[in-house]
Design a protein around this ligand. Structure first.
Ligand code: CMC
Length: 429
């Protein structure tokens, strides 16, 4: 698509709106001078037509169902690479050579332990606390433990903070899980790969040997790759906005985790599995599809629809395949998979979903796989946060280095009362 130079006239004042073009995807109108020259703002709640930054990390073509990390198709990365390779790609922009990969894996691995004082921090939570609540608190608290990597003007400290975040998320996530089931924390074991290490920290107990099932590890690693980044979604924009004030990276990622928790975003994987359990059997599917279409019913099909994808979410396609593979290889028969397959089939043939371009998103199938791997639903969004941390930290680092970066400060359309005088309480009523 090409857009020629554009202008807008407001009260006889003509303002040029330069067109900026990226490498692929829609061009943008640069409206940065609009308010200064005309006094008006643009209005776009939910940012449906607004690009908030330049970024070279992730590209999505929602109409075609394409997702690229640094130019590489998600299908190729998920099928052929591993999660730490994707993390390297996110941070440095290129796939690593074997030596770079070995060095990166080594550096991440050396940061997997958390400060021992963190163990005490956990004791303050109720055992039934949602693990996302624990993650928001503990990740924010990292800035109280690692003072030597909070100076964002120091490139070296930024890198150490990035490695720490990627390395410590699995440890904290596993601790949140262990705490909730009353089992002792399991320390990281650094001769294991990233995802196997995480599985061991979640499922090993000190009184028995534990062997990580490589099928589980590969499936989870793939799930991590699929969730690693998704350009300027709500949580990533939250991380950037928090970081735009100069806040330290641990605080910014904690803000991202809080945003991810909502059911319209990362919380949808938990909500989708709960929905499948509520539907229960394939013959109930039609009733729930009717509920989702009913304007007077707030119910939505969780795991369906996406702001950007108006086609099948490419991650959902890989996820669906992985779910079938995992259940087959582990010889698990899960009735929920039948419900999901039936729900997808009916919804994809339904005029309402076709017209609104509502397709399954990544959260539709991921819950079934995570359940098969042994995770409770409350951990699903935690796993999303663990993987998305690589994207968040890469986007944060990109923002800090962007010469055009300034504090994010949206404006508003004020619709409250006009100026009025204070009335003393005795005269009110
Ligand atoms: N079930 C039924 N109807 C839906 C659904 C759904 N899942 N999603 C959207 N619609 C309808 C909606 O009612 C609206 O209809 P109308 O135009 O008649 O008012 C229309 O489709 C457009 O919906 P919208 O809410 O204006 O679209 P949005 O771009 O603001 O929202 C969404 C995108 C993902 C929040 C939404 O589709 C949704 O709530 N889906 C369910 C939650 C979910 O699966 N979220 C995970 C997203 S992918 C992972 C991630 O990003 O974290």
């Amino acid at each position: 698509m090409s857009v020629s130079a554009s202008s807008i006239t407001v009260d006889d004042k003509r303002v040029e709106l330069p067109v900026k073009s990226g490498t692929i995807g829609p061009s943008v109108l640069d409206i940065g001078k609009l308010h200064g020259q005309t006094g008006i703002f643009t209005f776009d709640p939910g940012f449906t037509s607004t690009a908030s930054c330049e970024s070279a990390i992730t590209y999505i073509d929602g109409d075609e169902g394409v997702l690229l990390y640094r130019g590489y198709p998600i299908e190729q990365l998920a099928e052929q690479g591993d999660f730490l390779e994707t993390a390297y790609l996110m941070l440095f922009g290129e796939l690593p050579t074997p030596a770079q990969k070995a060095d990166f894996d080594y550096r991440v691995t050396r940061h997997t332990m958390v400060h021992d004082q963190m163990n005490r921090f956990f004791q303050g939570f109720r055992r039934d606390a949602h693990p996302m609540a624990i993650m928001v608190a503990c990740v924010g608290a990292l800035s109280a433990f690692y003072h030597d990597s909070t100076d964002i003007s120091d490139e070296n400290q930024r890198m150490v903070a990035s490695l720490r975040m990627i390395a410590k998320m699995p440890t904290l996530a596993a601790m949140a899980y262990k705490y909730s089931i009353g089992q002792p924390f399991v320390y990281p074991k650094n001769d294991l790969d990233y995802t196997s290490n995480f599985l061991r920290m979640c499922f090993a107990v000190p009184c028995e040997d534990f062997q990580v099932n490589p099928i589980y590890a590969r499936a989870l690693d793939k799930i991590f790759i699929l969730h690693a980044d998704h350009e300027q979604n709500a949580s990533t924009s939250t991380v950037r906005l928090a970081g735009s004030s100069g806040a330290n990276p641990f605080a910014c990622i904690a803000a991202g985790i809080a945003c991810l928790w909502g059911p319209a975003h990362g919380g949808a994987n938990e909500a989708a599995l709960k929905m499948l359990m509520e539907i229960g059997t394939p013959d109930n599917v039609a009733k729930y599809v009717a509920k989702a279409k009913d304007k007077n019913d707030p119910f939505r099909l969780m795991g369906f629809g996406h702001r950007v994808y108006k086609n099948y979410d490419p991650r959902a396609r890989i996820m669906q395949k992985t779910t079938h593979e995992v259940l087959k290889e582990l010889n698990i028969k899960d009735d929920l998979l039948e419900v999901a397959v039936q729900l997808e089939k009916i919804a994809l043939e339904d005029e309402y979903f076709i017209e609104k371009k509502l397709y399954p998103n990544i959260d539709f199938y991921s819950g079934i796989t995570l359940k098969a791997l042994g995770f409770p639903t409350s951990m699903f969004t935690v796993l999303f946060a663990l993987a998305r941390t690589t994207g968040w930290i890469a986007q944060w680092a990109e923002m800090i280095q962007d010469p055009a970066q300034k504090i994010g400060r949206p404006r508003q359309l004020y619709v409250g009362p006009e100026q009025r005088d204070y009335v003393n309480i005795a005269q009110r009523g």
